[in-house]
Structures are given as structure tokens and as C-alpha cells.
Design a protein around this ligand. Structure first.
Ligand code: SF4
Length: 374
């Protein structure tokens, strides 16, 4: 049974939030130059909040999701005690998570840092490939950006910058998509090697499509990659064929076989897989949860958020009741297989259906590198 604050997180994700004038003024600062959010990706388009009880949420706002956030019944307020969310009669203390200081700065080559790195809560994500060789209909990247490779020097420099950020120092790293074209696999390998070599001891994860020849599991483990996110996205092959035809050329079985091998090599706490909730039936999603959990892979439930730049912009997000049911039934499945719903990092729960529990398994990342780099 969800607590009131856990349910509020779900409602914020699916209905959005508005920001009172006082709260907005405080966030944008005296000069008015601090954005509410970097709104860089479909599932991180909103404002990040830490609610009472270590519950983290990314709540969409009208500014960036006018396609479904109109007059949400939840408001971020500010009073003498700080920020709080009011929802009906419920009032919940909240911390607003700012954007990093580097958000408007340029690197030594004159390029914006945000074209290399984006920090959300405590994790910096770098995308070696801009755009994407695959075109999933729920993802804004291939619709907003043309395919290009970024300089490896610039990527390493951007991670260092994110670790040193005074306002929002990153504690760990995710190297994610776009997916490279086969002729750029070698470049992608060089990025993995350069980042792990530059920041030994730092938790560095990879989120990538397991196309043949792209991810050499043993080599990645050997160079110090901490963990992997191999995202199924959709479990039903027919839906996958429609919504992500190129990515779905790899069948569910191929994904699951790869995940099984990844767990063998990296260990059970180091491999997770994201399922997009709301684009297929609850039963299909739960079959995906079962298939992952029985392979000791952490299922990550990611509520579908229609992005205005994509062909799915006219769809509505799944309802709070839908998400609540998927969460509770997934939790039962995970418990049966003695795995946790991912991700493990608590601040990274902000755009997933995950809550810390009393087991002590969920934790915050603390980077020794953050101190070393400053
Ligand atoms: S493969 Fe990943 S980055 Fe590429 S379009 Fe699909 S979801 Fe987006």
C-alpha cells in the first residue's frame, strides 16, 4: 500500500506541477538567469524535487510539457520554512534540486557544456553521440538533434566540470545513447576507455542497446565500468515493432540473453533494464518485470511521458492508478525473485517508479572523485 507521499510522487509524474510566483522567483534567482530545469530529455523535462522521506521526483511543468500539463492540482510553494508541495489538503516539505552552475558556461573550445553533459540530481549523463542512429517514437533525441560524434576530449572535460560543480556536484556518471552507427562503434569504445581511464574509482555506468559488436561485456568490466542499463523498453514484441522498429530488430530473446550474460559478468546488483510503463498493457509490463527479475536483473519502471517533439506527443501519460498498480505488482514479482526495483541510487529515482525501503540496499552515491577533482 503506497503512502500519501509515495502516491503524490506518482501523481506529480503523471499530472505535473505548477510553480507559484514566489517559488519561481526564488528558483530563477535575483538575476533571473537560473532555469527551472534543463528539460533535456522526455523523462527529465520537469523540475526535480526531493520530497519528505527521501522520495525524489521529476515533475513535468507546463513550460516544457504543454501537451499534457495544463492546470495541475499540485503546486510548488515557498514560505519562510522553505519549499513545499500543496496537493488538495496535503502539504509536503520539498527540496528543489537546482540545475548545475555550468548550465550556461562554455568549455575551452567555445562549446556549451550542456551539449556534452547534463547533471540531474547527483548523476551526470554524457551522450557521446548526438541524435541517434535508431528512431524510437517516444524519444526526443532523434527528432531534435542531427547525428554526430562529440570530441572525446570534450566529453572527459565535461565530466570533470560536472564533478567540480559547486551547486550540483555530480557523484556518478552515466554514458548513454544515442546509439552509434556500426562504423562508429570503435569511437564509442574509445569513449568508454577514455572516461574510465580519466576517473578511476568513480561509478561509471553505460546505458546502451546491446547491438552485436557494440558492448564487449568482459572488456567493459575489465576497464572499470561499474554497471549497465540494457533497456528492454517494451516487452510485447508487436508493440516494440511499432513504437521502436529499429531498436526492436533485436528480439526480446536477444535482449534477455544478453542481460543474462551481463549479470554473469557484472554481478546481480550491477545490471538493470528499463521498462516504459504506459505504452503497453499492465500484463505485458509485468511479464517484462518477471523476465528481468528471474535473470537477477533490476527492472526499472519508467512512466511514459509524451514529449512534444515526438510523434507520440498527443498521447496522455498513464494514469496514477495505472502506475500505482504496475508498481505494487512489480514489487511483488521482484520480491519473489529476491531482486530490487532499480535504480539503486536514491536521487536517480526521480524519473522512475522507485522508492527507498528499509533494507538499506538503496543508497546515495558518494564520489571520492568529487573531492579529488575540486
Ligand atoms: S535507441 Fe535510445 S537514444 Fe536512440 S531513439 Fe531509442 S531511446 Fe532514443
Amino acid at each position: 500500500m503506497l503512502t500519501a507521499v509515495q502516491r503524490l510522487k506518482i501523481d506529480l509524474m503523471t499530472e505535473g506541477i505548477s510553480v507559484s510566483e514566489a517559488a519561481r522567483r526564488k528558483i530563477i534567482g535575483r538575476k533571473g538567469n537560473r532555469p527551472l530545469t534543463l528539460a533535456d530529455y522526455a523523462s527529465t523535462s520537469g523540475i526535480a524535487l526531493e520530497l519528505e522521506g527521501d522520495i525524489w521526483v521529476n515533475a513535468p511543468i507546463h513550460d516544457f510539457n504543454p501537451n499534457f500539463v495544463e492546470t495541475p492540482p499540485h503546486v510548488l510553494h515557498l514560505d519562510d520554512n522553505g519549499f513545499f508541495v500543496r496537493s488538495g489538503r496535503l502539504e509536503v516539505p520539498a527540496n528543489f534540486v537546482p540545475v548545475p552552475d555550468y548550465h550556461d558556461q562554455k568549455n575551452p573550445w567555445g562549446e556549451p557544456y550542456t551539449s556534452f553533459a547534463i547533471t540531474h540530481t547527483d548523476r551526470v549523463r554524457i551522450s557521446p553521440i548526438e541524435g541517434c542512429g535508431l528512431v524510437c517514437k517516444f524519444c526526443d533525441l532523434p527528432y531534435q538533434f542531427r547525428y554526430r560524434k562529440k570530441s572525446i576530449e570534450g566529453l572527459v572535460d565535461s565530466v570533470r566540470k560536472a564533478l567540480q560543480d559547486k551547486r550540483l556536484p555530480a557523484q556518478h556518471v552515466l554514458i548513454s545513447g544515442g546509439t552509434p552507427k556500426p562504423e562508429d562503434y570503435e569511437y564509442e569504445h574509445q569513449v568508454y576507455e577514455a572516461i574510465t581511464a580519466a576517473f578511476p574509482g568513480l561509478d561509471i555506468d553505460i546505458m546502451m542497446v546491446p547491438s552485436p559488436g557494440l558492448l564487449d561485456l568482459q572488456h567493459l568490466k575489465d576497464i572499470g565500468i561499474h554497471g549497465l542499463s540494457i533497456n528492454l523498453e517494451l516487452f510485447n514484441q508487436r508493440h516494440a515493432d511499432k513504437v521502436m522498429p529499429l531498436k526492436a530488430r533485436l528480439t526480446r530473446d536477444q535482449y534477455l540473453n544478453f542481460i543474462e550474460r551481463a549479470v554473469e559478468i557484472f554481478g546481480p546488483d550491477r545490471v538493470r533494464s528499463l521498462l516504459l510503463v504506459g505504452l503497453e498493457s499492465i500484463d505485458d509490463t509485468l511479464k517484462g518485470v518477471e523476465a528481468l527479475a528471474e535473470r537477477a536483473c533490476q527492472p526499472v519502471l519508467s512512466p511514459f511521458r509524451p514529449d512534444p517533439a515526438t510523434p507520440l506527443r498527443h498521447l496522455q501519460p498513464p494514469s496514477g492508478d495505472f502506475l500505482g498498480e504496475v508498481y505494487e505488482r512489480s514489487l511483488n514479482i521482484a520480491e519473489r525473485h529476491a531482486v530490487k526495483l532499480g535504480p539503486r541510487c536514491i536521487p536517480c529515482h526521480h524519473n522512475t517508479l522507485t522508492y527507498p525501503d528499509r533494507s538499506g540496499w538503496y543508497r546515495k552515491s558518494h564520489s571520492a572523485q568529487t573531492a579529488a577533482a575540486t
